[in-house]
Write a protein that binds this ligand. Sequence first.
Ligand SMILES: Nc1nc2c(c(=O)[nH]1)N[C@H]1C(S)=C(S)[C@@H](COP(=O)(O)OP(=O)(O)OC[C@H]3O[C@@H](n4cnc5c(=O)[nH]c(N)nc54)[C@H](O)[C@@H]3O)O[C@H]1N2
Ligand SMILES: Nc1nc2c(c(=O)[nH]1)N[C@H]1C(S)=C(S)[C@@H](COP(=O)(O)OP(=O)(O)OC[C@H]3O[C@@H](n4cnc5c(=O)[nH]c(N)nc54)[C@H](O)[C@@H]3O)O[C@H]1N2
Ligand code: SF4
Ligand SMILES: [Mo]
Length: 757
Amino acid sequence: MAAASETHFRTCPFCEATCGLRVEVAGGEVVSIRGDEDDVLSQGFICPKAFGLKELRADSDRLRAPLVRRDGELREATWEEAFAEIDSRVGPILERDGRDAVAVYAGNPTAHNLAAMIYLRVFLRALGSRNIYTASSVDQMPKHFSAGHMFGHWTSIPIPDIDRTDHLLIWGANPLVSNGSLLTAPDMRGRIRRIRERGGKVVVIDPRRTRTAEHASEHHFIRPGTDALALFALVATLFEEGLADPGPMADLCAGIDDVERLAAEFAPERVADACGIPAPGLRRMARELATAERAAVYGRIGTTVQEFGTLASWLVDVLNVLSGGLDRPGGAVFTKAAAGQSNSTGVMGRGRGAAAGRWASRVRGLPEVLGELPVSALAEEIETPGEGQVRALVTIAGNPLVSTPNAGRLERAVAGLDFMVSFDIYVNETSRHADVILPAPDPLARSHYDLALYQFAARNVANYSPPVFELEETLLSEEEVLLRLTGIVTGQGPDADTDAIDDAVAGALIAREVGAAGSAIEGRDPAEIAAELEPRRGPERVLDLMLRVGAHGDGFGARPGGLTLERLEASPHGIDLGAHEPRLPDVLRTPSGKIELAPEPITRDVDRLRARLDAGAWNGAGPEMVLVGRRQLRSNNSWMHNLNALVKGKDRCTALVNPLDAERLGLADGGRVRLRSAAGAFEAPVEVSDEMMPGVVSVPHGWGHDADGVKLRVAAAHAGVNSNLATDETAVDAPSGNAVLNGIPVELEPVPAEVVA
Ligand SMILES: Nc1nc2c(c(=O)[nH]1)N[C@H]1C(S)=C(S)[C@@H](COP(=O)(O)OP(=O)(O)OC[C@H]3O[C@@H](n4cnc5c(=O)[nH]c(N)nc54)[C@H](O)[C@@H]3O)O[C@H]1N2
Ligand SMILES: Nc1nc2c(c(=O)[nH]1)N[C@H]1C(S)=C(S)[C@@H](COP(=O)(O)OP(=O)(O)OC[C@H]3O[C@@H](n4cnc5c(=O)[nH]c(N)nc54)[C@H](O)[C@@H]3O)O[C@H]1N2
Ligand code: SF4
Ligand SMILES: [Mo]
């Protein structure tokens, strides 16, 4: 007899779209996963990765117990043994070599995980190391850098008001495949279609004619890395043609004249050749942006993970300001998130601003941004002897040996560490080097709330999902693991009282809030607030606090009817908090209380851009071929390739090249190519397609699962190759230190058929 089934509503934890799922379970297993038609944001939309939740739960390679290295081999151990090993190995390193000797790398899934969002910070603060690295510095750090300096807070990143715009310029993003990033908007295909249906226009700028480009009104190839030039050309056009007009917010803008002066030397006619977009096309793009009723510019990976990531990220928002779209319905808007958003609480309109470079990496002097260092510096910080040398590494939901530049060098560096811990679900390319692996629970066995991603949502929404399943018996919750690690690095030993640490965490957050000027609970009695949060503990207690003091919260009685976790628990499809409303000037946290259009930490990088242009880096003296990346619908960075439903079918890790290049270089579709850069080399199957811009080769990242010791049986059969073997850790975006993973000069050489085994 079939077990009775029950239905759970649940937010998908895999990508930034945060789709609502309807999960049917029976007898402790997932029976089906469908889109939740009633979800306030996704309204039934899902992608094929959602089914990965079922396979991931059943995946026999997913770790169910800690592993500890004994006699060179990773062997199953108890949690007590694992924590005791960490304590006895990390303790002496901290004592002998100092806090900076222990580095942490935290990966992308931490941004999709409520417990990690809260307790990772607790652990990092307790550790007190300057060697903190995250996937942000192979991703969006330039955008934080530009938004921080322009608007005063690192996460004050405007998003396109996609459901109301009638002109959307998509720059270096492929949201039909990635499902959006720094833009939480499920069903981008539908949203883009609706722009066109209401008479609007969608323009895509990308060196590849992507799926997004195919659904757009217009697409232009652009030479990788030249985005800052082309964006400057648009800005120059607006000024030259009298179209630069921030509208009513002009009084709020500082530095317009500086922008005009800087842009003047990058007129379309000057940069067209380098960018590969004819000058009249650039001029028309600028005019259409300025004259559209409601227009927005949106940039993503193609604008951030490249040589001039900060300049490009900044110019995207300069264009949003000068074309009159910033903070207007249908333009580029600021969200008002329900929890954890500093620009919608406290004192409005002015603040301390965002300061980067408070310290620098020891070897190369790369800047600290947001309390972390660029991961491009990690290998040299491990290899280079001297005070502050990294001797131990903790990876948390990250796979840096696949995801970060010059993966070959990092792998050699990691082999020389004294000690390494990985908190992960698999023995993969990175964790196989660890001395201890701590397994993380199945996502369905934890609660979910998107603290990070709702900061960038197409509508203001809040949605909480309780766990679908109980934690597997042999596993610990994320918060428990992070609190145990916190106990270890604070000298409390391997079995510290995690309840007491958790109480201290909540107590400190409450104390900060009641002491914060402008907080909804400013001046209240902390004990009374703590009592109101009873009996919640762990992430739920902190989330309830954040929601209640948040912009839509009940303020613990100050705003009756406002949001609480209890209300979210009673709303399994989420709560819609409305469309975006103008937030200027309140949203600003700059010391001046203005939008800083030309902050010096950004504009000083213009010299570097000019020097590269003058040196003919992109026309004439430039490389014949450059490497860029791409995302694929059934992948999620490096880690969903062990799920058969997502990897089956033909090899997806291919080198895409234009027919002209294939012909010139002697490459055949289905043959193999060797790509070599200054940093390293790899081989991949060739796919010839005119969707590529001539001179550009595209290889997806996140593959290469056939290394020794990796325990991913399905992924190993679809191994692919790690494209970051050829990306270069010495190339960074100067202001933010972010890695350059697109536009890498490479040489391509056919691999003779007889050499192929
Ligand atoms: N060449 C090139 N490289 C790139 C990019 C590119 O475009 N081109 N993109 C970059 C970007 S944007 C990013 S975000 C990074 C991603 O870089 P990373 O975050 O380093 O890589 P992921 O592949 O996301 O690895 C996630 C890890 O977390 C583990 N994991 C999954 N779920 C959980 C969980 O619930 N708990 C725990 N503890 N572990 C879990 C997985 O097994 C995996 O080891 O890659 C970057 N690398
Ligand atoms: N299916 C799937 N979805 C994902 C992920 C995944 O791995 N798979 N990863 C998630 C993560 S961590 C992130 S950060 C987001 C990223 O989300 P997106 O940025 O939308 O994803 P990408 O496919 O990397 O798109 C970047 C585009 O930039 C183009 N490009 C490369 N170099 C340049 C350049 O120099 N200039 C310009 N203008 N364009 C360039 C590439 O051709 C590519 O089409 O996706 C998220 N969603
Ligand atoms: S689009 Fe993203 S959030 Fe939505 S179902 Fe797919 S992986 Fe999950
Ligand atoms: Mo990312």
